[in-house]
Design a binder for this molecule. Structure first.
Ligand SMILES: Cc1cc2nc3c(=O)[nH]c(=O)nc-3n(C[C@H](O)[C@H](O)[C@H](O)COP(=O)(O)OP(=O)(O)OC[C@H]3O[C@@H](n4cnc5c(N)ncnc54)[C@H](O)[C@@H]3O)c2cc1C
Length: 236
């Protein structure tokens, strides 16, 4: 049986990136269809299983623990771990964007949505004394990744534009249909209105090329999902 769903935007996947994109789209007054292959009880994706440690820079928790952090130092650390090559333009740009935006667009945004953090920031798991790990930046969500996902889902449910969101679980997307250039592909050109955010974007460019927004960690999924939702809401 063929069913037709109509909305301004389709979000494929109700993980953290998809939830953040949907929140931005509702903020922008758009109607949204969210499709996920999984069952509704797993809404939230991997974030529900995650530890909930978010990489953040220059936070109240760091200041309370007298940890001096700055975007410059965090970016230098990221570069030390990443060991970028000369052609890694987009991965470098993503690192810089995340580092400079995470304070407002991840940390503050989450706090404004009722998410709080364990008072003491921790070291990331990669090791204390290796270059690239100069101060603790791993901020554990109070209630772990499960609470992070559930709280953002609650925000979706309580959104003033909630009626514009339709969610369908048990819906696996196998391919993207193409018509009159609205969605196209395989020719190497960016696809208008199609963004890959979160894990789906993959490291360093992702499956959809220019419009892929990196996010292989919780903070990156939040930021990339938000950017994708904002861009679509703005008609880009
Ligand atoms: C055990 C564990 C611990 C972790 N701990 C941390 C941590 O402490 N800190 C950190 O930063 N990161 C952590 N991570 C990583 C983090 O959880 C993920 O990067 C993040 O949750 C990914 O979110 P996402 O929205 O990109 O993808 P996902 O959560 O994978 O969501 C994708 C969604 O898309 C749906 N989907 C997939 N294919 C289709 C399809 N064809 N059609 C329809 N729907 C589809 C899936 O059902 C899923 O709901 C952890 C991960 C795990 C597994």
């Amino acid at each position: 049986m063929v069913r037709t769903y109509r909305s301004d935007a389709i979000v494929i996947g109700g993980g953290l990136a998809g939830i953040c994109a949907a929140l931005e789209l509702l903020d922008g007054g758009k109607s949204v269809t969210l499709l996920d292959r999984d069952t509704e009880e797993n809404f939230g994706g991997l974030a529900r299983e995650s530890f909930g440690g978010i990489f953040l820079v220059d936070t109240p928790e760091q200041r309370r623990s007298r940890i001096n952090d700055s975007p410059q130092s965090a970016l230098a650390d990221w570069h030390a771990f990443a060991r970028f090559g000369p052609d890694d333009h987009w991965p470098k740009a993503w690192a810089e964007a995340y580092i400079y935006r995470c304070k407002d667009d991840v940390s503050r945004w989450l706090r404004e949505r009722g998410i709080s953090f364990f008072p003491v920031p921790h070291w990331i798991e990669r090791g204390l004394y290796t270059p690239g790990n100069s101060v603790p930046r791993f901020h554990m969500v109070w209630g772990t990744g499960r609470e992070l996902a559930l709280q953002l889902i609650r925000r979706l449910e309580a959104h003033p534009n909630r009626k514009r969101l339709t969610s369908h679980f048990g819906h696996r997307v196998d391919r993207l249909a193409t018509r009159a250039g609205a969605v196209s592909g395989c020719d190497g050109n960016p696809i208008a209105g199609l963004y890959a955010a979160g894990e789906a974007a993959g490291f360093g460019g992702g499956m959809h090329g220019l419009r892929a927004l990196e996010g292989s960690f919780l903070g990156g999924c939040i930021l990339s999902g938000r950017i994708a939702g904002q861009a679509i809401a703005a008609g880009q």
